[in-house]
Design a protein around this ligand. Sequence first.
Ligand code: ATP
Length: 356
Amino acid sequence: MKAVHINDVSKKFGDIVSVKDLELDIKSGEFFTFLGPSGCGKTTTLRMIAGFYYPSKGKIYFDNQDVTTLQPNKRNIGMVFQNYALFPHMTVNENIAFGLEIRKYDKKTIKEKVDRIRELVHLGPYGTRKINELSGGQQQRVALARALVIEPDILLLDEPLSNLDAKLREETRIEIKRIQSELGVTTIYVTHDQTEAMAMSDRIMVMEHGVVKQIGTPQEIYHRPNNRFVATFIGETNLLTMKVQSIEDNIITVTNDNGLVLQGLTENLAPGLQVSNGDEVFISIRPEAFENGPGENTVTGIVELIEFTGVSVNYFIKWNDTTLKAMIISRGTAILQAGDMIELHIPKQNIYFLGE
Ligand SMILES: Nc1ncnc2c1ncn2[C@@H]1O[C@H](COP(=O)(O)OP(=O)(O)OP(=O)(O)O)[C@@H](O)[C@H]1O
């Protein structure tokens, strides 16, 4: 299992800067995810790690080895793509064995390794099945087995679940995570699905337009977003533009033109953000940050719209011309109706201050 170090890497295609000045350290054995919208540079970064593209600038290391311009087949990586790229007319065993045969292992070793990895991906009885006789989820597990059987130092997964339906996607996600933790292989996972990223990763890198917006654990990314892009891309949030009115005893009071006044804690300022009286600042409040009844930052308003999701009730509340979305866990108690008055509050520690 190897660590991956990316030092000041950029990739240009003509005038397009696909990845810009990337600095990244992925630890040995880590499950690390590249997350971001289409075109943000995730796949380009993965392809540079795989060796399909060479960087326009900077260096890539596996542990201490400079692999920046090493050919893909010399890097000992396993790869899984969204379209599986399996041989449909060949059996499961033949597909898994492919990389071992290229590496010229003897027949006995190949059989042992293939059998072992087939068990690991829970395809034990399917060795002699043809690929086109398997479901999508099973095919994806064959692709995973084929990538893992060569005992790669690094496993690269590019949107491996996007061809599966929702239920299968969730099952396969759990399988991939189980297999990865059993083997402890350094894994880099590319996705635009934030739920997948949150559920599977040790750490996540959020990208936009070829630039890193934040690197952190799922909890850090969710609860401590550095900027508006991360706050809105991961989960939902109420984003308000406010002005700093005062800062006293670690409490920041902010207001806006609609007469809203909110108070939060200086410890919830985004990293590096400093504010003074009169500064404009962005406030992020998650829908689940609201609590019933009056308290700190009491919100009294009219319910405009209600969504009942089973687990929760989402109230869209009009409060001094600002609409806020509040999510209250549903415990079978009476639900308010549109037009009703509602009173909730937002504990100070649930208010986050963002500068950009
Ligand atoms: N071979 C290429 N030639 C020219 N431009 C490219 C090439 N590969 C990627 N790009 C451009 O680089 C940018 C980043 O692309 P990339 O595929 O890395 O994004 P992505 O985040 O993986 O998106 P997606 O989720 O859609 O795959 C895009 O603007 C894309 O058009």
